[in-house]
Each structure stands twice: as C-alpha cells, then as structure tokens.
Design a protein around this ligand. Structure first.
Ligand SMILES: NC(=O)c1ccc[n+]([C@@H]2O[C@H](COP(=O)([O-])OP(=O)(O)OC[C@H]3O[C@@H](n4cnc5c(N)ncnc54)[C@H](O)[C@@H]3O)[C@@H](O)[C@H]2O)c1
Length: 430
C-alpha cells in the first residue's frame, strides 16, 4: 500500500504550482499541507487552490523550520539563487525535497548543498523534467539496449524562440546575471547539458570549451528612432517582432511572467493589461533598453569524454520555432530526432540488407501505442517527474529518469566549467 505523501510548497510560484497540481488530480497520492512564500498574493492564491490550513502558512523558511516537521517533503520552487540558502535548513530539519533546477548557481554552493543532503541522508530530486518525456526516455532506452553500439559522438541543440528569449532572458527574470545569478546556459540549458551527459553516462567529460555572445540585444543595437515603451512611443510597434502588443496582448504568450505584477487582480481586463504595458510593466519596455550584463543570446559548448567520445551542445536564443534536436552516433548505428515533433529515427548498420547499408525505423511518439508524445507540461515530463518523486519517497528504487542531487552534480559542474571557458577563453578540465 502506497503512502499518501504530504508536501510543503516553498516558493509557491509557477513551477511549484505545476508540480503541486498533481495533488488535485491524485489526492490519494499527494497533499499540499503548507506554504512558505514572502509574497502575500502568491500565498493566498496557493492557499485557496490547495486548501491549506492557516496555521501552516509561512512568510519565510526560518519561520517554517522553527515548527516541528509536519510533512514528508518540500517542493522547492524558489528562484535559482535561493535554492541553496532555502534548502539547507529544510534538509537539516529532515525533509526530503523536489528541488527545481538549477539547484545551485556556482560550484561552491553546489558542493555545500550536496554535503548537507549526504549528511542527513535526504532524498533530493532535481527538476530535470526532460528526462521523463517519452522522447528522451525512449532514446535513453535505445542507448541502454546497446543497439547503436558505443557512442562516438553526441550533438544536441536547443533553439529558444525569439519570444521566449525576449520574455525570459532579456525583459524577464533571467535578464541579468548580476540579479538572478544564473547565466542563460545554466538557467535555460542545464536541462540540455543534463540530457547530453545522461545519454553519455557510461563515460565522463574530461574537458570543456565554450563560446557565446550577445548577437541581437543591448542598447547599442537599438534601431534608430525606436521608443522606450512599445505601446507608448514606438514608431516600430506594428512591425517589431518583439513588440509587447503582438507578443503579450494579441496572443496570450507567457502570461505567467507578463501579468505577475497584476496577479492580485482576479478580474483583470484587457484594458488594464494594455495600460500596464504602456506604463510600468517591465515587459512593455523596449527590448533593446535592458542592461545585458554580459548575458548571451547564443552559446556553444564542446565536450571531450574520458573514453575518447566527443559531444557538442548549441543554444540559440532567437529562433522562429522552439526546437530541441539530438543526434547520437554509435559504432553500430545512430539516433536522430526532434523533441518538439516527438519523432526520431534509429538507423542501424546493415550491410547485407540493402544498397543503402542501413535499416531505418521511425518512431513517431504522437501516434505510437500508449506513448502520448508532447502532452502536458514539458512533453508530459512535469507530471511524470512528480509521480516518480512520490514513488521514490515510497521506497521504490529511483527510475532511470530520476535525477537525484548526486546525479545532477555532473551536469551542473559541466555548466559552471563551460561558463569558465566562455569567460576566460580557455579549455577547462573537469
Ligand atoms: N524544470 C523546469 O523546466 C523549469 C522551468 C521554468 C523554471 N524553472 C525553475 O523553477 C524555479 C522557479 O521559477 P518560477 O518561474 O516558478 O518562479 P516564481 O517567481 O513564479 O516563483 C518563485 C516564488 O518564490 C517566492 N520566494 C521568493 N523568495 C523566497 C524565499 N526566501 N522563500 C520562499 N519563497 C520565496 C516568490 O515570492 C515566488 O512566489 C526557478 O529556479 C526556475 O529556474 C524550472
């Protein structure tokens, strides 16, 4: 008989809410019993949604940990730089944790948190949701089966759409490394570095080199005559691809970020939204007017592995269509696919079967059997990660997809080393 797991949301924002939603669909498996968040609007929204009792409602972690432990686990959905300082006292109190990625913003604090988790025997799972998607999980199974032989090379890329780039990494919460402490490679693509190293798990990276730059943004690239706010004083408002009007009003993209400042208003009208973009909403400001603080909009990383294999990852922020691609070449075959299409091919060397010299099987996860392709957040990965976390707390062995804090160290360290390489122009040993 599985135990119903009780959780406290620490950082009751977008991500904590996504994970906590599983408790509404599966009340027999999980229940939200506490909330820790300094933002009274967030606390109230989440308290109502999850029906949390007033006594388990805290403004900060210090206040929360003063109470005797009253739940099985914490879902820590605070922002990147708060993960370590908020997690340490919670793990010390004996809670297990689902902790969002990136779980640390530098190597020193990463090591500190791992040490605390080890000392207290805590079960800490990191939010590497892509590992749980049918796409990456199926590809991982092909790799594990040995059918493509030993991996010689792995190439992956993440194409971030121009509107996602602008909302998150130029106008948004990850715009400035000085403020959020997480460069884009860490904040956005630690998932992709994790996937690459997860596929390569039989070996370890030994050297990393990385290049990146800001190609499109920054004040010096602002078009001549452009205004300060798209919907207030800009002559390019109709044609600009970054226009607040077309991106946030004509289509409801990225509402969780753009309307955060108006969250207390439950009956928000379009006119109020437009007024906010015209006046004080940061997402209404000209995309070229933000400080870039050394942030990039594209970055490439190369890996050398202990067994002689090589890998590359390329992040490009500013594409028409968001897309993640993977191409793994092994000694007996290869796998090539596009995550966003939920489709990949496996090619196996077969000299005796046809003139081509290989056999190809197409896996279309949109239509195949019980695979549901891209359904749900992050291709269904969000929900599956929560179920796996609950199973883990119920004593099951961690699944192939499970990224415990120990598993996640390698990809975080790789990102820190890639940033060191990018900053210093050197090949970095890992
Ligand atoms: N796994 C993924 O694919 C994925 C996707 C997006 C974001 N993320 C990560 O999830 C995390 C949260 O992102 P989000 O967009 O949900 O953020 P958010 O801003 O919506 O939520 C963060 C919450 O933390 C609260 N908070 C601030 N200081 C706090 C403190 N000291 N103690 C407790 N709560 C505090 C804020 O009030 C806010 O409600 C980030 O680390 C982000 O990088 C992960």
């Amino acid at each position: 008989m599985e135990k119903m797991i009780t959780v406290v949301l620490v950082g009751a924002g977008n991500r904590a809410n996504v994970y906590a939603s599983v408790s509404l669909q599966h009340p027999e498996k999980m229940k939200v019993v506490g909330i820790v968040d300094p933002d009274p609007v967030r606390r109230e929204l989440m308290r109502e949604r999850y029906n949390v009792s007033m006594e388990n409602y805290f403004e900060d972690v210090a206040e929360f940990v003063k109470r005797e432990k009253f739940a099985d686990a914490v879902i820590n959905g605070t922002m990147d730089h708060l993960h370590v300082p908020t997690s340490i006292p919670i793990l010390e109190k004996g809670y297990d944790m689902l902790l969002e990625k990136p779980f640390a913003v530098n190597e020193q604090e990463m090591n500190k948190l791992v040490e605390v988790a080890r000392k207290h025997g805590s079960k800490v799972v990191i939010g590497h949701v892509l590992r749980y998607t049918d796409f990456y999980r199926s590809i991982k199974n092909h790799v594990l089966s040995g059918e493509i032989g030993k991996i010689i090379s792995i190439e992956t890329c993440e194409h971030v759409s121009y509107h996602h780039m602008a909302v998150s990494y130029v106008r948004g919460k990850w715009a400035s490394e000085k403020v959020c402490f997480a460069p884009m490679l860490l904040a956005k693509s630690c998932h992709d570095v994790d996937i690459l190293l997860w596929m390569m798990k039989e070996t370890n990276p030994t050297q990393i080199v990385s290049f990146g730059a800001d190609f499109q943004f920054g004040k010096d690239r602002k078009p001549a005559g452009a205004g300060t706010r798209c919907m207030q004083d800009c002559p390019y408002a109709k044609e600009c691809i970054f226009s607040a009007d077309s991106n946030y009003l004509s289509f409801p993209r990225w509402g969780q970020y753009v309307w955060k400042c108006l969250e207390a208003n439950k009956n928000l009208t379009e006119e109020e939204q437009a007024e906010s973009l015209r006046t004080d909403n940061r997402y209404g400001k000209c995309v070229w007017d933000f400080e870039r603080d050394g942030n990039v909009d594209h970055q490439a990383v190369m890996f050398n592995f202990a067994n002689g294999a090589t890998g590359t990852f390329s992040m490009v922020g500013g594409c028409a269509k968001p897309e993640r691609n993977i191409h793994i070449v092994g000694t007996l075959g290869e796998i090539k696919g596009t995550f966003d299409d939920s489709r990949y091919v496996v090619r196996k060397m077969a000299p005796a079967t046809s003139e081509l010299g290989y056999e190809e099987t197409v896996y279309d996860l949109n239509v195949k059997g019980d695979m549901i392709g891209a359904a749900g957040g992050h291709g269904g990965g969000d929900e599956k990660l929560v179920h796996d976390f609950l199973d883990y707390l119920n004593g099951h062995e961690p699944s192939v997809s499970c990224a415990t804090i120990e598993d996640s160290v390698i990809s975080h360290r790789a990102v820190f080393k890639a940033m060191q390489s990018k900053y210093n122009g050197e090949i970095v040993k890992i």
